[in-house]
Write a new protein. Structure first.
Length: 375
């Protein structure tokens, strides 16, 4: 079973000079102004995913110059260090600059927290070997051989490979979510929603009640919407489906291009949060983009509900969305002296303020930080 992320340490990644042992709960809302470091925090998970999927080098080729990944450049930061803890497992790795302007792994280590120390599984590689080492022998504990069926690398891989970053910023007419997609591309909703139609078709077939609830939720922010019309069309090598839909009061079949940017982005977000078999951890970057304030209230309810089934990490700068959460669920991100600083709010310390103001009010007034401060 995949576990959510319980605690993380990151040193030297972009503006994150050091975040030490940040504890994460079921619902974590990062609030901060532009440039505070929220997006860098989210991007870390994109880098992590590329690393364990063994496409790290190709990812980095598309994000050159890579020196910018090191805090204040490679002249100041010689190594990025990462320590992740989840369930009874731990995954530790480092990244180092290369002479040709690239990045490679330093050491890659795993640990079963009740069975001894960290074990090196690779050193100096171009990509993670975690996926190749999932068949390593079962871990041992202080009491002897564990009853676990697999070794620690299997359980580390099971969790880390399950965590999913979603960003639905591209809603243009050529975005994947608006284009036909093969019906077999349905196992997991892609990070940019490019297989949305196929995923919904599969959801309708295997989880009809969840699918119907999703359509009902979409009607809350788009009253004109009636239902999806997910017709399968025959292709040369694979059948495909497009995100067609019906409007109430007419038999006309609308194409995905008829959805506004905000509506199709909300559909993607609702699908993530209402999917019947979700990842253990979901990371969302600025989901408020293009959404009406009333839709943000619905989104807040979906985030709260989804956090009972999956861990949510969401980065936002929306006071309206911030108002949907409790103070202890909020982590402020401040840019102080060139560094991103992460602080979880203390509800007791804010109790007198919260009698008269919302969290969004307090953030806009500067009573709570989550912005840029170079003092």
């Amino acid at each position: 079973m995949a576990h959510k992320l319980d605690k993380l340490t990151i040193r030297g990644f972009k503006s994150i000079a050091s975040v030490e042992g940040l504890e994460l709960g079921q619902l974590n809302v990062l609030i901060g102004a532009n440039g505070a470091g929220k997006s860098n925090f989210v991007e870390f998970f994109g880098v992590l995913r590329a690393l364990i999927e063994q496409r790290f080098q190709s990812y980095m080729e598309g994000h050159r110059p890579t020196d910018g990944y090191f805090f204040n450049g490679v002249s100041e930061t010689k190594e990025i260090e990462v320590d992740l803890r989840f369930g009874r497992n731990r995954y530790v790795f480092s990244l180092k600059p290369t002479d040709d302007g690239g990045i490679m792994l330093g050491e890659e280590r795993t640990q079963y927290l009740q069975g001894g120390g960290l074990r090196v599984i690779s050193s100096g590689g171009r990509d993670s070997v975690l996926r190749n080492r999932i068949d390593d022998t079962p871990v041992t504990t202080e009491m002897g051989v564990s009853k676990a069926k697999h070794g620690v690398n299997y359980y580390v891989w099971e969790s880390v490979s399950n965590w999913q970053v979603y960003h639905f910023h591209d809603t243009s007419m050529t975005a994947g979510m608006r284009r036909p997609v093969g019906t077999e591309q349905c196992d997991r909703l892609q990070s940019d929603g490019s297989n949305l139609a196929a995923f919904l078709l599969n959801m309708r077939k295997g989880h009809a009640s969840a699918y119907e609830l999703l359509e009902k939720t979409i009607r809350r922010i788009a009253p004109y919407f009636d239902h999806f019309d997910l017709r399968v069309e025959e292709g040369a090598t694979e059948d495909f489906v497009r995100l067609r839909w019906r409007q109430q009061g007419t038999n006309y079949v609308f194409s995905p291009g008829h959805f506004s940017d905000g509506t199709i982005r909300f559909i993607c977000l609702a699908t993530v949060l209402m999917q019947p078999e979700p990842p253990a951890t979901v990371i969302l970057d600025e989901p408020e983009l293009g959404l009406h304030p009333e839709a943000l209230e619905v989104l807040g309810g979906l985030l709260r509900s989804a956090s009972t089934r999956m861990q949510i990490i969401v980065a936002t700068q929306s006071p309206v969305l911030l108002n949907q959460f409790e103070a202890e669920q909020v982590i402020t991100v401040d840019h102080v002296n060139g560094r991103s600083c992460f602080t979880r709010l203390n509800e007791d310390a804010l109790s007198s303020w919260l009698n008269d103001y919302t969290l969004g009010d307090l953030w806009e007034k500067g009573t709570i930080q989550g912005g840029v401060n170079n003092a």
